[in-house]
Ligand binder design. Structure first.
Ligand SMILES: C=CCO[C@@H]1O[C@H](CO)[C@@H](O[C@@H]2O[C@H](CO)[C@H](O)[C@H](OCc3cn(Cc4cccc(/C=C/CN=C(N)N)c4)nn3)[C@H]2O)[C@H](O)[C@H]1NC(C)=O
Length: 127
């Protein structure tokens, strides 16, 4: 999928991504942090994947090691539908604005002060 590097997204700014979830979607991920192996947030909605159905997995990745998963029951994604996701952060936490005015928060375990890396993987067709 799409990989953006050398960004300088500061605390208080937000990244907005709009895309389409294909009808046969199984899973997609938005990753953000310093680099692919140093993620403040791996945001992974699973429609049907890893034995999970209709759940959002959030996690961090530090030097290639996964942290403890946060599993979100609110699942405002529909296969075949457009979705807009806006991520903002401060040194304490990241906030993900979801479709349908829903929001989820994830601790900024890396204490990141700027997002330099952003990638989209799997079943999400960025518009
Ligand atoms: C119960 C057994 C032990 O516990 C499990 O242990 C697994 C391994 O640690 C965790 O899984 C891992 O969880 C991590 C977050 O914590 C990452 O998500 C990681 O994936 C990394 C990764 C990313 N990517 C690229 C990507 C991302 C999204 C979609 C696609 C492609 C879609 C294709 N589309 C089709 N075919 N239509 C590709 N690949 N791997 C996943 O392997 C499970 O959650 C966990 N389950 C529970 C209940 O605890």
């Amino acid at each position: 999928g799409m990989v953006l590097t050398h960004l300088k997204v500061q605390a208080g700014e937000c990244i907005a991504v709009k895309g389409m979830v294909p009808p046969d979607a199984k899973s997609f991920a938005l990753n953000m942090g310093r680099a692919g192996s140093d993620l403040a947030l791996h945001f992974n909605p699973r429609f049907e994947s890893h034995g999970d159905a209709h759940i959002i997995i959030c996690n961090s990745l530090q030097a290639g090691e996964w942290g403890e998963e946060q599993r979100e029951p609110d699942f405002p994604f529909q296969p075949g539908q457009d979705a807009k996701i806006c991520i903002s952060f401060d040194t304490q936490e990241l906030t993900v604005a979801l479709p349908g005015e829903q929001q989820l928060k994830f601790p900024n375990r890396l204490g990141l002060e700027a997002i330099e890396f952003f990638s989209v993987e799997g079943d999400f067709r960025v518009k």
